[in-house]
Ligand binder design. Structure first.
Ligand code: PLP
Length: 291
């Protein structure tokens, strides 16, 4: 693997008459990028001489699963990952993050109704919770906050608001904890109440919590929505940047339906990577809306 380059560029774009600065964390590294690279950076740069195996669980198309497979490969660890379900289509024709994780030597266990064993860290096993929802993620996300604080210091004014869409909320939370500017987010997995609970699970001081904006409508994670697909296509053609298809369309849709909040400020939007996972989503979208 080529080097891991943090301190990613900030790229200015104009979208719907708004100045938006994109923090290009998708460019950290081809194999280890976005917020998962930030989250797992702590494990990457520290030595764990006794650890032989990494264990985790989640969906079979998860960006976190793929990044953990890269981490394990680099560290020489076994990687064991539990999924509740894998479709027969995926089992017969592995693709996207699932295929790439298998290529990295991941042992992916399909539970199909069986209960997941109790996963815990031991002397030889490192357990990382689903999606990197863990205190260790703070280390790399603080580095992201430092980079943004420093970048804003060099600008003419400081009327910036930061926006990023959330899954577990880990990235938005630790970003707000270390940023001197307000962080806005929206819930892409579960609802606003779920996201707030996730914040409390990592940080009891509510002062450090990001502001949760309502999504334009209730979106179910991983489902296909025509308006979101067309927004993603518009973003791609106007900015020449490929965004992720699961979180980013909901993120930009949320900005567009809360324009008043961003009226007098410039937006810094965190590109959290995840492009490898687009392949399977794009196949589904094309099949549904372009055939
Ligand atoms: C994992 C992921 C998220 C969600 O990050 P959380 O820290 O869990 O909120 C958002 N966008 C992309 C592209 C991701 O891969």
């Amino acid at each position: 693997m080529n080097s891991i380059k943090l301190n990613t560029p900030m790229q200015k774009m104009t979208f719907h008459d708004m100045d938006i600065f994109i923090k290009r964390d998708d460019l950290i590294n081809e194999d280890f990028s976005g917020n998962k690279a930030r989250k797992f950076y702590y494990f990457l740069i520290n030595e764990f001489p006794n650890i032989k195996k990494l264990v985790s669980y989640g969906s079979n198309q998860s960006n976190a699963m793929y990044s953990m497979s890269v981490l394990s490969r680099l560290k020489g660890w076994e990687f064991e990952y539990y999924c509740d379900h894998i479709s027969s289509l995926m089992l017969e024709n592995p693709s996207g993050n699932y295929k790439s994780a298998l290529d990295n030597g991941a042992k992916i266990i399909n539970l199909e109704g069986k209960t997941r064993p109790n996963l815990v860290s031991t002397d030889e096993i490192l357990y990382i919770p689903e999606g990197g929802y863990a205190q260790e993620s703070e280390y790399g996300i603080k580095l992201l906050a430092d980079e943004i604080n420093e970048w804003i210091r060099l600008q003419d004014d400081d009327t910036f608001k930061i926006f990023l869409p959330s899954g577990t909320g880990t990235t938005a939370l630790f970003l707000q904890k270390h940023l001197e500017y307000p962080v806005y987010t929206c819930a892409c997995v579960g609802d606003e109440k779920y996201l707030k609970q996730e914040f409390f699970g990592l940080e009891s001081n509510e002062q450090n919590h990001p502001i949760i904006l309502q999504t334009y409508k209730k979106y179910h994670f991983g489902k296909l929505y025509k308006n979101l697909y067309y927004l993603w296509l518009e973003l791609k053609s106007k900015t020449m940047i490929e965004f992720d298809l699961l979180y980013d369309p909901i993120g930009f849709d949320t900005i567009l339906s809360n324009l008043k909040i961003f009226e007098d400020s410039k937006i810094i939007y965190i590109h959290q990577g995840g492009i490898k996972g687009n392949l399977t989503m794009l196949q589904r979208y094309k099949h549904k809306y372009e055939s």
